[in-house]
Ligand binder design. Structure first.
Ligand code: CMX
Length: 463
């Protein structure tokens, strides 16, 4: 992108929060800003394609086709780029830089996810005013249709929260602005506008969906109303029943910010983009993302981590010796299971999202026994994974930490955890869908091969 959040860091550390002040509401302010940015970005992409379009990333190997396409350059994703060693950058900003630069709630220390969304969509650090207006806009859009409430109320509590989440998001397609506009014959150049409206609606409605699932499944009573004067995370926390705990609200601000986007190739992001490329509206596209996030090798790992930790604590105690933890981890590996929360398809160092959560814990819950166990595991498991010799990355990922933080504040229902990951992931997938429509991204259709066709293709040819 021509828009460069790093320049915000370099040029205006002192002036952040005053660059794009506007008196208009954020709904129109963000949309207006997008309308200004899109023509420039179309030109920017055109120029990049003219200059680099025929350049090659290098050879594609047959192993990459069999190997889950690891490292295969295949997608454009504007919101974030992942470096194997350094971790994620959102529009050029690292997590600590986001923590420093993005507007916060009054008295708060963590970035507001509203600000992260603005950054993902525009590449710019928003003003406090723009962020407040975005909070109000989302609060105004937060209500979910009564038939969606009924769908959730009729789900058996034994249906996994992620399945309920996906059902509800799919059903929101009933009121999709994009689907309606497409039926009326909207011009391709205008696709981004209803996509933007749907994405804003989607994000705004997630606290009501998540809150309803949580309360229905775990018998926590009725969902309270959204407060238009509160930020997104404060409302989400209230709807879940933790709004009175300011530390939990701060955790949600951090949690939603850091889980939002992890470039385009991970399962949830790529699924959303792929389904969106068929011009399925943002609700249908994001429901597909959620179904991918619900897999244990992806977002469900945060549930699996806490399950693993709890079983470990039951078996050897929270004050276990290093030797006992070591043995437990080896037993897990020897039984053919993965150690959840460790390893990554791209990262080769400790995930900065893990580090951000560890720092939060050091500040807010340094004496928590499960947190200490997580720290102990961090000192032990990487060496075991290295010794076992299979995992390319022995370090912890984002999911290794989140569960103990939620548990500390009383959210102990681990099979709900991935729903929170899903709420956050809508920010990244939504921003990408808007830009895909703005830039006229085509239908995705890579080429596949059968083993037989590969054998024929390379018959008689040496490497
Ligand atoms: N425990 C045990 N074995 C592991 C491992 C772990 N944490 N991480 C990788 N391995 C194994 C793989 O299963 C694979 O074994 P096989 O060759 O027998 O299939 C081998 O090491 C090589 O895998 P890799 O190239 O290092 O990793 P992949 O890119 O294939 O997979 C991931 C990445 C995340 C699926 C894997 O590390 C894993 O299963 N981790 C545990 C689950 C987890 O924490 N997932 C969450 C990731 C973050 C997220 O998306 O939310």
């Amino acid at each position: 992108m021509a828009l460069n959040a790093r320049s915000v860091l370099q040029l205006s550390r002192s002036s952040v929060g005053r660059r794009f002040s506007t008196s208009a509401s954020a709904r129109s302010a963000l949309k207006e800003r997008l309308a200004q940015l899109i023509p420039k970005e179309i030109e920017n992409v055109k120029a990049a394609r003219i200059e680099h379009g025929k350049k090659s990333f290098g050879p594609v190997t047959v192993d990459q086709l069999y190997g889950g396409m690891r490292g295969l350059p295949a997608l454009i994703w504007e919101g974030s780029v992942l470096d194997a060693d350094e971790g994620i950058r959102f529009r050029g900003l690292t997590i600590p830089e986001c923590q420093e630069l993005l507007p916060k709630a009054p008295g708060g220390n963590e970035p507001l996810p509203e600000a992260l969304f603005w950054l993902l969509v525009t590449g710019e650090v928003p003003t406090q005013e723009q962020v407040t207006d975005l909070s109000k806009d989302w609060a105004a859009r937060a209500e979910i249709p009564s038939f969606v409430e009924e769908i959730l109320d009729r789900c058996p509590p034994t249906l996994h929260p992620m399945s309920q989440f996906s059902l509800a998001v799919t059903a929101l397609n009933h009121n999709s602005a994009f689907a309606a506009a497409y039926q009326k014959g909207i011009k391709k150049a205008d696709y981004w506008e209803p996509t933007f409206e749907d994405t804003m609606d989607l994000i705004a409605k997630l606290p009501n969906i998540a809150g309803r699932i949580y309360r229905n499944v775990y018998g926590k009573g009725k969902v309270p109303a959204i407060d238009v004067n509160k930020d997104y995370s404060a409302n989400l926390s209230t709807l879940l029943g933790f709004g009175d705990n300011e530390a939990f609200v701060e955790l949600m601000r951090l949690y939603i910010t850091i889980h939002s986007d992890h470039e385009g190739g991970n399962v949830s992001a790529h699924t959303g983009k792929l389904v969106g490329s068929a011009l399925s509206d943002p609700f249908l596209a994001f429901a597909a993302s959620l179904n991918g996030l619900a897999g244990p090798l992806h977002g469900l790992a945060n549930q699996e981590v806490l399950l693993w930790l709890t079983k470990m604590a039951d078996a050897i105690g929270v004050d276990a010796t290093d030797e006992q933890v070591k043995q437990y981890a080896w037993d897990t590996l020897k039984s053919g299971k993965v150690v959840p929360g460790y390893g990554h398809a791209v990262l080769r160092k400790t995930d900065p999202r893990y580090t951000a959560q560890r720092e939060f814990a050091l500040k807010h819950l340094p004496e928590d026994k499960m947190f200490k166990l997580v720290g102990q595991i961090y000192n032990i498991v990487p060496n075991i994974l290295l010794e076992a010799g299979k995992a390319k990355n022995p370090w912890p990922n984002v999911d290794a930490h989140s569960g103990v933080l939620l548990t500390h504040y009383g959210m102990k229902e681990m099979n709900f955890y991935t729903v929170l990951f899903g709420v956050s992931r809508a920010f990244g997938v939504g921003a990408a869908l808007i830009w895909d429509r703005a830039l006229g991204a085509p239908l995705e259709r890579p080429k596949s091969y059968s083993t037989e066709s590969i054998k024929k293709m390379f018959a008689g040819k040496s490497a």
